[in-house]
Ligand binder design. Structure first.
Ligand SMILES: [Zn+2]
Length: 447
């Protein structure tokens, strides 16, 4: 039936690697006329409610041009055929909350502070480059990286190097420095006589807030990230309390400026006053949202505010149970799952995000999927949160997170059925970005 059938073996895929020392060579190796037909025994397309068996995906250059039942059309002359065997094919995944410039906050490794105080900028960039590659290896072909933690505009340069083909990595939406208020972000706890670096740009007043947004947008921010809560603890009544940071007026100045540039604002907000100010100030996405009241959930539905819950990260490195920090850590986890369930039931728009970087990049990013399922999503809902819903959050509906004509040719394949066991997404065997195969560990079919 097919004249030229290539099974996807590692040797073949290395030859077609999208990485190139010479970006001109990369574009020459993948001209817009290059045609590929991917055969998918099972396809989860990112938008449909059900998977489809025996599909073929026609790719021209960096875009998908057709998806149809296998055998319905003869392959175009000269087309390369990629048969992914029994693997399940999905769109490239989207993580809407990453930090490539953060290398975990493991206390034994010095936690957060050492990364700003002792790591040279060049070392931080080098490790960010590794983190970006790690995301792509795990099937995350797009990330929204929500601030560099004191590494300035480093994300803009890494994104440029990826786009120009110098280094491998996902498509990046970057937010540069982030914004908080005085007393609203680390580093802190040092002698007041010593000037230490801060992990975000600190502002006070609407004028400074707007100026910071302008600076960050001017230097390449795709999104603006704002911290609306900072410290959190458990009060005498046993409730979780979060210190609010920006005022509504400060946030409104940022949102007004950013929306004028046709860009959006992501707000880190745990609960309480700060989360309420985030909603009243017009944030486009609430990050974490550990404890949402019914009224806040209703406001999110009404305003169309996204929730990027990042469930799994809060299970990392809890402090000892009988300490104030340990009590706080356990309270966070306890309220978070309940809020997620309520938001899901109420129809809040939820996109997949992990906070990876807050936990080490050596760990699987896809550990978020089983948490989302544990708290009430179906595997298909969790997959769509990391594909078409993530694309919608990024303003790229139809172009990312879907296997359909017109979309970028970002595909992954996993052994097994992720609808039966969502943990299958932790073992991504094949990654294609922009029509170029980045990696494949699939065994040759028939061997
Ligand atoms: Zn984060």
């Amino acid at each position: 039936m097919r004249s030229t059938v290539y099974r996807c073996v590692p040797v073949l895929c290395v030859a077609r690697l999208c990485l190139a020392q010479d970006p001109a060579a990369a574009s020459a190796a993948n001209p817009s006329t290059h045609v590929v037909v991917v055969h998918a025994r099972m396809l989860i397309d990112g938008t449909s409610a059900q998977p489809r068996a025996n599909q073929e995906i026609l790719i021209q250059g960096d875009r998908i041009t057709a998806v149809y039942a296998a055998g319905l059309r003869p392959p175009p002359p000269g087309a390369e055929i990629l048969d992914l065997g029994t693997a399940t094919v999905l769109p490239g995944l989207i993580d809407c909350h990453t930090h490539i410039f953060l290398q975990g906050e493991v206390p034994a490794a010095g936690g957060y502070d050492v990364q700003l105080l002792k790591f040279p900028a060049s070392y931080r960039v080098a490790r960010a480059v590794v983190a970006a590659r790690r995301a792509l290896e795990q099937g995350f072909t797009t990330i929204r990286d929500v601030e560099t933690e004191g590494a300035g505009y480093g994300d803009v340069g890494v994104k440029q190097a990826i786009n120009e083909g110098y280094i491998p990595g996902p498509r990046m939406f970057v937010s540069t420095r982030a914004i908080s208020s005085t007393g609203g972000y680390n580093l802190e706890g040092y002698a007041p006589e010593i000037v230490v670096p801060k992990g975000a740009q600190l502002i006070d007043g609407p004028v400074e807030a707007r100026k910071a947004a302008r600076e960050q947008l001017d230097h390449g921010a795709d999104w603006i990230k704002v911290y609306m809560t900072h410290r959190s603890w458990v009060d005498e009544q046993g409730g979780l309390v979060s210190q609010p940071t920006l005022t509504v007026e400060e946030l409104r100045a940022i949102v007004d400026e950013t929306h004028g540039w046709r860009k959006k604002v992501a707000c880190h907000a745990y609960n309480g006053i700060g989360l309420q100010r985030a909603l009243d100030g017009g944030c486009d996405s609430i990050e974490h949202g550990l404890e949402l009241t019914d009224a806040q959930i209703a406001q999110m539905v009404k305003q169309g505010t996204w929730l990027v819950p990042t469930l799994a990260v809060y299970y990392h490195d809890p402090e000892p149970p009988d300490t104030p920090g340990g009590i706080r850590d356990r309270k966070r986890v306890a309220v978070h799952g309940v809020s997620f369930q309520k938001a899901l039931r109420a129809g809040v728009k939820i996109a997949f995000g992990t906070d990876v970087g807050g936990f080490p990049w050596s760990e699987p990013i896809a550990q978020e999927f089983p948490r989302m399922v544990e708290f009430g999503m179906t595997p298909m809902q969790a997959i769509q949160a990391a594909t078409s819903r993530g694309a919608e959050l990024l303003g790229k509906r139809g172009e990312l997170g879907t296997v359909a004509p017109g979309a970028y040719a970002d595909l992954i394949a996993v052994a097994g059925d992720p609808l039966a066991d969502v943990n299958a997404l932790q073992n991504v065997a094949f990654v294609m970005k922009n029509g170029s195969v980045f990696r494949s560990t699939l065994r040759p079919a028939g061997n």
